[in-house]
Design a protein. Sequence first.
Length: 83
Amino acid sequence: MDNELNVKVGLLEVFIVAILITLIFGSISYMLLKHPEGAIQMSSFSDEFKKKPFFKMFLKFMGWWFLLLVIAAWIVAIISLFE
């Protein structure tokens, strides 16, 4: 009985972590992918560096990495259901 309860608590913890990762990194990913200009304006880099197209591409690249992190968290959560 205790072992079954521990498994359920462990699954709940995995899903809570997946939800937190989604809230934190999902919102950052959305901001970087949909509104990179806003992220550029909020950054503390020099105006000269902000105008370079490389910086915008780098922000979009980081947005995709954050999105992949969210997807990986949910894949781990779903796989843990079948263990």
